[in-house]
Design a protein around this ligand. Structure first.
Ligand code: SF4
Length: 252
């Protein structure tokens, strides 16, 4: 333990994660899952019954990472059928690609053809973002803070959070968007000059997660706006967030 801390001290003033594109994330991190190709209808039904968020569908069998809270109950119950890998590069600009099916591992990525031209042209070298915690539980928010700390240091790519939407190129929403934050999300979005991007970070933001059926949730804002990036995770990992933005803005 002491040796580990000394190693960290020795690296002070140096970005601790030197290569954000190829860093290795050890367990117990749970990233993109893989599902064995042999899932019987009975096993599928059992898995669907134990999933707390309805992320598991059975016709056909799939796990929707937009709903999954990465609780590990499915892997715990059927370790030979489902396993969560340490692949953290699974942000995407296609909502339907967040579904994982049995069989060959389907990598989840940002589809270049769907990136708006102005996004890769204008934000390639610098991107300022305003974060809105819209009923969040501070878990994704903490990880977004971590993305900016000396360990991950996404600022090395010119990506930073700013205090005012007037200075921002887009918003990052965390949380399911509660009634009392719905108007604040609209106002913040309206205050950002064009062109701008919209990022949903975490399961709660992508689908409402555990809170989807709550009458205190109001997600109407998302019906009216194009979503540039979905960052799955509960909470998200800083590397998922940073790599997703780098792919969206066309960084090598
Ligand atoms: S890890 Fe995801 S898919 Fe598995 S049971 Fe939990 S919420 Fe459902």
């Amino acid at each position: 333990m002491l040796f580990e801390e000394l190693k960290i001290f020795r690296k002070h003033r140096i970005q601790f994660v030197e290569d954000l594109r190829n860093a290795n994330v050890p367990g117990p991190f749970r990233g993109r899952p893989v599902i064995d190709k042999e899932i019987s209808p009975g096993d599928g039904q059992l898995l669907a019954n134990l999933c707390p968020t309805g992320a598991i569908e059975i016709h056909p069998f799939s796990i929707d990472l937009g709903k999954c809270v990465f609780c590990n109950a499915c892997q715990f119950a059927f370790p030979e059928k489902i396993s969560f890998t340490n692949d953290y590069k699974f942000a995407t600009n296609q909502r339907d690609k967040l579904k994982v099916f049995p069989g060959a591992p389907n990598l989840i990525k940002v589809e270049k053809k769907l990136i708006r031209k102005e996004v890769s042209k204008i934000f390639r070298k610098a991107l300022k973002l305003r974060q809105i915690s819209a009923g969040g539980d501070n878990s994704c928010e903490m990880e977004l803070n971590a993305a900016d700390n000396v360990n991950f240091d996404m600022g090395r790519y010119g990506i930073e959070f700013v205090a005012s939407p007037r200075h921002a190129d887009g918003i990052v929403i965390t949380g399911p968007i509660t009634n009392n934050m719905a108007r604040a999300v609209e106002i913040t979005w309206a205050a950002i000059p064009e062109p701008k991007i919209l990022v949903l970070a975490g399961t709660d933001a992508i689908t409402g997660g555990m809170f989807l059926s709550s009458k205190e949730v109001n997600r109407g804002f998302l019906d009216d706006h194009y979503i540039d990036l979905y960052i799955p995770g509960n909470p998200i990992h800083p590397l998922t967030f940073i790599n997703g933005l780098l792919d969206l803005t066309g960084r090598v």
